[in-house]
Design a binder for this molecule. Structure first.
Ligand code: S3P
Length: 440
């Protein structure tokens, strides 16, 4: 049984921030996942740019999307939450007011990078800050293109805090993404809404396409390059957004349902945008038993219901263009690799070092503590899997995806896995630990 204890029994002490997980005899049931974080940020931000009142059904309570809402409130955007959902009202592209204090993006890279694009063309100054993790992450990747467009931005040597001052006006441009990043792509396209003329972002490796889908931006693929364009001043109309469940949250249960014997899980209404679902193909290639039913389109995004059952996995080698597609799922894929027979090799994933923590190093340390034969490489890891996991104390490094990946590892440990910093899961999945306990 998934035996989840608040360690040392003090459930009443929310500051304890530890979870102890022990072996599960089978996870069975329906998992209600949180709404998609990437789509939620965008639904809120795009509603704040649309004329009129937009409605968002199922806005997540997790910390990152809430950071986006609190920044928008500070920018004078009015919102009301009731039992139906969240309503956001704005005057369109000129709807922001000057904030009176720094905009705190918390742990959320998507908030900071997308909002920077939206603030670069404003006639007031703003400052964006974040927590220790976000303040250590690279921002040069958005500063460069925004400055090329004419934005006036100061940073702490390429890191937050960022100060954005009014510019003489942004100029549209063509920008070839030097790093496969949907956050950078979105930042530049959003700045393009306030720029003169057309702004085109060119990507050589596909990244998640929620921004262009949700804003209805034209794109064309020529050879191996995809060109996505936006016209300065493009008016946006208020609308209703319905947010599917988060595929990146489903990923933990796709792996848990595969590696915990005697499991059968049902994950309804999961977002199946093909720029996000590479993990399904990889797990199937490893031998996973995953079925998708009732595929449909809701608010422009494909969704479906997923069933997963236990199976014996075998190792796999991955790298190249699939990496941006599965970038948030690699920590949990490493757990699948640890349970799979043979070698799993993950290459070309150096971007993981620039996430909420260095996710290559964090997973290698965590899984080695549990006795897994795993080697850290510059751009990934090599795992020799198939042996039972042992017990130990591991760290989340205050990274939600590391906390949850190590939680799933605990379900297949022969002993107990103590996860320090487990509360980090609330950044994207506040109910994660309760759901694991209920499924046991
Ligand atoms: C995101 C894009 C990805 C992803 C992040 C969310 C987004 O980051 O890791 O969790 O919503 O655009 P990069 O685009 O920087 O790789």
């Amino acid at each position: 049984m998934a035996d989840l204890l608040n360690s040392d029994s003090t459930k009443a002490d929310p500051g304890l921030n530890e979870r102890v997980i022990s072996q599960s005899r089978g996870l069975v049931g329906t998992v209600h996942l949180p709404a998609d974080k990437s789509i939620a940020h965008r639904a809120a931000l795009f509603s704040a740019l649309s004329t009129g009142t937009s409605h968002i059904v199922g806005y997540p309570t997790s910390e990152d999307p809430q950071s986006t809402l609190s920044c928008l409130r500070q920018l004078g955007i009015k919102m009301v939450e009731d039992e139906v959902g969240l309503s956001i009202s704005s005057n369109g592209l000129s709807g922001f007011e000057a904030p009176t204090k720094a905009l705190d993006c918390g742990n959320s890279g998507t908030t900071m990078r997308l909002l920077s694009g939206m603030l670069a063309g404003q006639s007031f100054s703003s400052v964006l800050t974040g927590d220790a993790s976000l303040s250590a992450r690279p921002m040069g990747r958005i500063l460069d293109p925004l400055q090329k467009m004419g934005a006036v931005i100061y940073s702490n040597s390429g890191r937050a805090p960022l100060r954005i001052d009014p510019s003489k006006g942004l100029q549209g441009m063509e920008y070839l993404l030097p790093v496969a990043s949907a956050q950078v792509k979105s930042c530049v396209l959003l700045a393009g809404l306030w720029a003169k003329g057309e702004t085109t972002v060119i990507e050589e490796v596909p990244t998640r396409d929620h921004t262009e889908r949700m804003l209805g931006l034209p794109s064309v693929t020529i050879g191996s390059k995809r060109y996505i364009s936006v016209q300065g001043g493009k008016p946006l109309k208020a609308q209703t957004w319905s947010i599917p469940c988060d595929f990146s949250a489903a990923a933990f249960f796709l792996v848990a349902g595969s590696v915990v014997p005697n499991s059968a899980l049902h994950l309804p209404r999961v977002g199946l945008n093909p720029t996000r679902t590479g993990l399904i193909d990889i797990l199937r290639a490893m031998g996973a038993d995953i079925t998708i039913r009732s595929e449909r389109i809701v608010a422009g995004e494909p969704i479906g219901d997923i069933w997963v059952r236990s199976s014996q996995l075998t190792g796999i080698e991955i790298g190249g263009a699939v990496i941006p597609n599965i970038i948030d799922e690699i920590p949990i894929l490493a757990v699948a690799g640890a349970l799979a027979e043979g070698k799993t090799i993950i290459r070309d994933a150096e971007e993981l070092r620039f996430k909420e923590t260095d996710r290559i190093s964090a997973m290698v340390k965590g899984l080695s503590t549990l006795g897994v034969q795993i080697k850290e490489n510059k751009d990934g890891m090599t795992i020799t899997g198939g042996k039972a996991l042992g017990s130990g104390t591991v760290e989340s490094y205050t990274d939600h995806r590391i906390a949850m990946a190590m939680g799933v590892a605990g379900l297949v440990s022969t002993g107990r896995v103590r996860i320090q910093g487990a509360n980090a899961a609330s950044v994207s999945f506040p109910t994660f630990w309760d759901i694991l306990a209920d499924l046991g």
